[in-house]
Write a protein that binds this ligand. Structure first.
Ligand SMILES: Nc1ncnc2c1ncn2[C@@H]1O[C@H](COP(=O)(O)OP(=O)(O)O)[C@@H](O)[C@H]1O
Ligand SMILES: [Mg+2]
Length: 284
């Protein structure tokens, strides 16, 4: 499943389509906002590039709720999608003992004095971001003395979604952000994403770059603990984090619509395809 901007999918998923084809599974791109599509005509919907969902918020949520209600099989499964859609899950994971970047969540509809909240935690340099977002959407970094300048943006975010406040982690600029990729809970490959000089956002939209990364077993274990904390076993998972000391600290568990960096490992597209195949077989 994709969006109007990517009617022929993104490069990552072209590799997946080929790998599915090689094991005899037909697939085709379907744009979520296309009213002509009969979603129940598919054996499964693999949620890949609905990257406008956080802009068309209510419309997309209605689409997702309708699919969940219809009982159509989704990859990842609907319990995971419903849970992972809003980054409030970070707080839940932290409570469950997962190592997460310290995070304050301000619920939608409330007013937030970011400077007051952050000061009580001893944070001076903060990052704020909407709880429903992707690709760095709405993410801002500032020092508390500049907080007043961001008040308008913060109020706007809180109109229709929640707000996350975190300390700025300098490791993003020194070491980069790691993405560890899992299929059916099994580690596949890892990449390191770095921001361009002068930025802190690692996404390609902001000039960030990605390279294959070697990761230590302890980091894989740290990331695996994040995957295991999802409501059920995800077909695909991307665990984004930074290394602090020698520990993997979670930035984001992406089990909704992650780029999987399939081109970075020759076996990755086949692993993804077979994980989907296993779910289709279970469905019979
Ligand atoms: N606490 C933080 N410290 C440093 N950089 C951050 C922090 N939070 C987010 N960023 C930067 O902003 C990017 C986007 O944030 P993220 O939580 O991954 O949201 P999304 O990718 O869903 O938009 C991250 O990839 C990272 O580069
Ligand atoms: Mg991210």
């Amino acid at each position: 499943m994709t969006s109007e901007e990517f009617p022929n999918l993104y490069e990552d998923d072209l590799l997946l389509v080929k790998a599915l084809d090689e094991i005899g599974i037909d697939s085709r791109p379907a744009v979520w906002s296309d009213p002509a599509i009969d979603w129940l005509s598919f054996d499964a919907l693999v949620i890949r590039t609905p990257w406008d969902y956080f802009v068309r918020l209510l419309e997309f949520r209605a689409w997702l709720d309708a699919r969940i209600a219809s009982g159509v099989r989704m990859c990842n499964s609907s319990d995971i999608l419903d849970w992972n859609y809003d980054k409030r899950y970070l707080q839940e994971l932290a409570r469950a003992g997962v190592s997460v970047i310290p995070t304050i969540v301000v619920p939608q509809g409330e007013r937030a004095d970011v400077a007051v909240l952050a000061r009580t935690r001893g944070w001076n340099d903060v990052v704020i971001k909407p709880t429903i977002a992707g690709g760095g959407y709405g993410t801002q970094r500032f020092r508390l003395e500049e907080a007043d300048r961001h008040r308008g943006d913060i109020d706007r975010i809180l109109l229709d979604r929640g707000l996350l406040i975190q300390p700025f982690l300098p490791e993003i600029q020194s070491a980069g952000e790691l993405s560890l990729l899992f299929f059916d809970g099994v580690f596949s490959h890892a990449v390191c994403k770095r921001p361009k000089v002068g930025d802190y956002r690692v996404q390609f939209q902001y000039g960030g770059t990605t390279e294959t990364a070697e990761v230590r077993d302890e980091w894989i274990e740290g990331a695996r603990a994040c995957v295991a904390a999802a409501p059920s076993l995800p077909v695909y998972a991307r665990v984004d984090g930074v290394i602090r000391g020698n520990d993997f600290v979670l930035m984001e568990l992406e089990v909704f619509e992650p780029l999987m960096f399939l081109a970075q490992h020759p076996d990755a597209p086949g692993r993804f395809a077979r994980a989907i195949q296993r779910r289709l077989r279970e469905a019979r």
